[in-house]
Design a protein around this ligand. Sequence first.
Ligand SMILES: [Zn+2]
Length: 341
Amino acid sequence: MSASMAEDIVIGGISIPPGKRKRVGIQIAKLYDYTEMTIPVEVVRGKMDGPVLFVSAAIHGDEINGTEAIKRLLARRTVLSAIRGTLIAVPIINIFGFHQNTRYLPDRRDLNRCFPGSMLGSLGGQIAHIFMTEIVEKCTHGIDLHTGSIHRTNLPQIRASTDDPETKRLALAFGVPVVLNSNLRDGSLRQAAADKNICMLLFEGGEALRYEEKVIRSAIRGIISIMNAIGMVDQEKINFRKRKKEVFIARSSHWIRAPHSGSLRVTKGLGARVKKEETLGVISDTFGQGKIKVRARVTGIVIGINNLPLVNSGDALFHIATFEDSKAVVERVEYFDEMLE
Ligand SMILES: [Zn+2]
């Protein structure tokens, strides 16, 4: 990266010169009563030229751990005053869903299936298009923060296309113990970013509609680690303690579904290692009769779990990831959890 002075960046019609920090509202739509809906964005620019990183959250409006993580990141003055390049922070993309505590848009669409979008498309398509042109296309890198969907918790994990060497390097640099090599989904922000050659990671952690301290901390640590890995900050200079980062890429993952309807008692929690045929939970009727065991198909780690005890036959209950050495993974997961205390 050349150490030359950077040029102005224009977002939402506002010009942000190098060395400045500005809050911008990107107009996306109006409500029925003509209330203006804007996506709030904060742009932090170093004096020197460098990478342009967007960090976004709540593309699913109820996934708010990331919103809190971005808020706290923006308070880390030591980090932000030391950056080369530009940080574009977008704590809430799906502003409609955020207000309603829901994943979706008012027309029940999933915004993360509306990319790259178009101005002639649905509301989701229009927001996606504006987000692409105003933010994503001006960036070199991106991190999008998610949580499990409602009533589900995810172990902090990175989802990325690890077939791409640079994306793989960054997926490992983020520092959470588990990485899932996940295929790009049609219509997702990640696919649209990849089509524009922007290196993007997706972070998953915790549950919808909650602030979870450890998840928030792991997201902030991960973002700063990425800023270091792409040359935006120098960890040595910002008082950011380097820690051992042992990261494991899952071989594959699958969901174990309820074999029967009833109420579920979980016996293997998030982050646990399970062996083939081992009991993950027990489903019974309201009187505790007719107990049916939910079993693991293969040895692996529980990386996602359903929190709602009332289950229908076929409901996804346990997300299991398989690894070459699941013992090493579970040790790392436990250590990582303690480290975040
Ligand atoms: Zn999500």
